[in-house]
Design a protein around this ligand. Structure first.
Ligand SMILES: [Zn+2]
Length: 261
């Protein structure tokens, strides 16, 4: 698949009720969307160097609530190749443990399961946040997984109410590692090539060179008084003042100069 399109969904928006870190662990009660979006931004940033495209189906300012049906519709309309939904978990209520969990739909496409395994393993390898979940690669009948036409996974990057996970998932370093994990899985799965690794062919180079030479020939003289002198001495007709001189033209000029002696 060349130039795949990844639809990225940072779950929720800033004001989603209840979706925030537990106050006793994080007095600032960081909102889940902020954490989700931070990883989404970093994934997009890293993928910019590769031959693929990304789109966001959440509101990147976090201020507008985008419904789940709208998110799915955006990805379906764009005919995205993969839907990645980013979330952070809750349910430990101030206890310890947690870790990363990746979900696919109960009737998931084969590729969803392939992505699920690769993303889980790469994120755990990059972050070290293995956790103690009995089933970190699970199936769940979640709206965005059920209604997307393309393969889809939903990643829960650790718990917002765990004394183990929360101090870690709040750090910039964790977000970097999580993004690195996701992107390394995508690079492998979709055989993504770096943009700059695409070599320029000889034919392309010749076209660029011709264009460059044609552009130079149109430039005005940078030392017009010298050009006037040269014209007066009949060394040049004054055309194409900024074009390069060939050896042949140089020989003609030298001959004209010699004749004047
Ligand atoms: Zn969530």
């Amino acid at each position: 698949m060349s130039n795949p399109l990844f639809a990225i969904d940072a779950g929720h928006y800033i004001d989603t009720p209840g979706k925030r870190c537990l106050k006793s662990i994080d007095p600032g009660e960081t909102r889940e969307w902020v954490l989700n979006s931070r990883i989404a931004d970093k994934v997009q940033e890293r993928l910019r160097g590769y031959r693929c495209a990304t789109m966001r189906v959440d509101d990147v300012t976090g201020e507008k609530e985008i419904s789940l049906s709208k998110r799915v519709a955006l990805a379906n309309q764009a005919d995205a190749d993969l839907y990645l939904s980013f979330h952070h978990n809750a349910g430990i209520h101030g206890g310890s443990g947690g870790g990363c969990v990746v979900y696919v739909a109960p009737a998931a496409q084969e590729q969803s399961i392939v992505v699920q395994k690769a993303v889980y393993e790469a994120v755990v390898a990059a972050t070290g946040l293995r956790g103690n979940r009995a089933n970190p690669m699970a199936r769940a009948s979640l709206y965005v997984l059920r209604n997307t036409r393309m393969p889809a996974v939903l990643v829960e990057f650790g718990f917002m109410d765990s004394t183990t996970d929360t101090p870690i998932i709040l750090t910039e370093e964790f977000a970097e590692q999580a993004a690195e994990g996701v992107v390394s899985a995508l690079i492998d799965l979709y055989d993504l090539r770096k943009k700059e690794e695409e070599p320029v062919t000889y034919e392309e180079w010749k076209r660029y060179m011709d264009r460059y030479l044609a552009e130079r020939a149109e430039l005005p003289a940078s030392m017009p008084e010298y050009l006037e002198d040269a014209k007066a001495m009949e060394l040049t007709d004054g055309s194409r003042p900024m074009a390069f001189v060939t050896r042949e033209e140089a020989a003609v000029m030298a001959r004209a100069a010699a004749k004047r002696e």
